[in-house]
Design a binder for this molecule. Structure first.
Ligand code: ZN
Length: 458
């Protein structure tokens, strides 16, 4: 009897050693340093010439005020939206791009003087992977414009920068990207009534939440048309990316409370999306900086990312580095030799193309990569000087495994990474007290997804 007990104990020890050695040798890491050919092609195809043609056409509608004429074929917001839809249908022909109006009637409100039909033009590129096609990334620009008086629906309001620039970028992205295949779905939106209170974007975002749509990220491009500051300086080497931390609500949600309780206020889903966007944007658009601004928007201003933030989605805003307020929301006029108005002569088409390329690189990498891992937890049941993370396996069939990333608690971007293989638990020899961790999923082609911040697990 004693002999058999010893041998069974030995056997158990041998088995444990064998399983430990398999666990210690994770599957080979995909090459994540290699640029993706598809993303390089998309970035290269984005054309300043086509963007210029879109901006010229949009400016040519005279005004695109939300309450402007809708009957004319040449002037007003109705003609503008019919042209945007027709153009997207034309360039998307022969691709799976689905173009539709998303319309509703907005009641009277402070910036809407009579019930008004608000129409978004929405082009959807369905994802090609079953496990990822219900994950959506949305990119928008607003095609409505305004003069000095936000209720003035008849004066000239070219809105060349605000926001024909963003609308043109979104149209170009839709036309270029529709020819390629992605795992997740992409939604390209030209929205209306931004200037009247973010009405078009809010309508879509509220519907998305009601349908429980998995919008894993949203970008708005608003005022991305000029590289020239009001003092005449040119800065065409960067774009600002506004990223919210946690919402400024009176009551904290449980999710927000958990973030704040562990010092994770810089690890909100929008900040994780911003990290990914900066990394991929700067990787594929050489010499161009994505300057993340750690606030939801500029003072006194808002944008179409805000309704998405209100619905709990990760959402970011792209805007040029130095705005010239003489060329936004202004009646066309000259005062003391100074020209006012949002005119096409102040727009830099090469600059818009660069910002569009950053969008394209980020959207393509997001839609090719696996989702951010779910239910990521950091084990805190014992006092230890290493850190063990656990998570749920990703649903995508092409997931090769996971990476744990980390950074100092005062650092903005990831500083370290460890490939851990296709597992759902791993330990890093770093103290959880001193760094912030994230877990990313990686597919077999080397596409890396957005990181998830762990919540503590006792
Ligand atoms: Zn705007």
């Amino acid at each position: 009897m004693p002999r058999s007990r010893i041998s069974s104990r030995l056997l158990a020890a041998l088995l444990a050693a064998a399983s430990a050695s398999t666990a210690a040798a994770p599957a080979a890491a995909p090459d994540i340093s290699r640029e993706q050919a598809q993303i390089r092609k998309i970035v290269a195809e984005i054309s300043p010439k086509r963007i210029e043609a879109y901006v010229r056409k949009l400016v040519g509608f005279g005004t695109r005020h939300t309450m402007s004429d809708t009957g004319s074929e040449t002037r007003g917001i109705g003609a503008a939206r019919r042209w945007i839809k027709a153009e997207l249908e034309r360039c998307g022909a022969g691709t799976p791009l689905q173009v539709a109006f998303d319309s509703h009637v907005a009641p009277v409100s402070p910036r809407i003087s009579r019930p008004t039909e608000i129409v978004n033009v929405v082009a959807t590129l369905p994802g090609a992977q079953d496990a990822a096609k219900d994950r959506y990334y949305v990119v928008s620009g607003h095609y409505d414009s305004r003069a000095t008086d936000v209720m003035d629906a008849t004066s000239e309001a070219p809105g060349a920068n605000d926001d024909a620039s963003g609308t043109a970028a979104v149209m170009e992205l839709a036309c270029v990207m529709a020819k390629y295949k992605f795992d997740a779905s992409l939604v390209f939106m030209a929205v209306a009534a931004e200037e009247q209170g973010l009405i078009g974007a809010r309508h879509w975002a509220v519907q998305a939440r009601e349908k429980n749509l998995n919008v894993a990220g949203m970008f708005t491009n608003d005022i991305i048309g000029s590289s020239r500051a009001d003092d005449g300086k040119i800065d065409n080497k960067q774009v600002r990316l506004f990223a919210q931390s946690i919402p400024a609500t009176k009551e904290m949600s449980e999710a927000v409370r958990q973030l704040v309780a562990t010092g994770g206020e810089n690890d909100s889903i929008s900040r994780q999306l911003a990290r990914h966007t900066k990394e991929q944007g700067e990787r594929y658009v050489k010499g161009f900086k994505v300057s993340v601004i750690q606030r939801h928007d500029r003072y006194l201003r808002g944008g179409d990312h805000m309704p998405f933030l209100e619905q709990g989605y990760a959402a970011l805003r792209f805007t040029e580095p130095n705005e010239d307020f003489a060329h936004q929301h202004q009646d066309l006029r000259t005062e003391n030799g100074k020209v006012y108005g949002d005119l096409i002569e102040f727009v830099d088409f090469d600059y818009i193309a660069r910002v569009a390329r950053v969008n394209g690189a980020a959207l393509a990498s997001l839609a090719l990569a696996p989702a951010a891992p779910r239910e990521v937890r950091l084990r805190t049941d014992k006092l230890t000087n290493d850190s063990t993370l656990v998570w749920q396996p990703n649903p995508e069939p092409d997931v090769a495994g996971y990476r744990i990333v980390w950074r100092d608690t005062t650092a903005a971007n990831w500083q370290g990474a460890k490939w851990v293989g296709n597992v759902t638990e791993a330990t890093v020899d770093l103290s959880k007290d001193n760094v912030f961790f994230g877990v990313q999923a990686v597919d077999r082609d080397g596409n890396v997804g957005v990181a998830t911040y762990p919540s503590p697990q006792r």
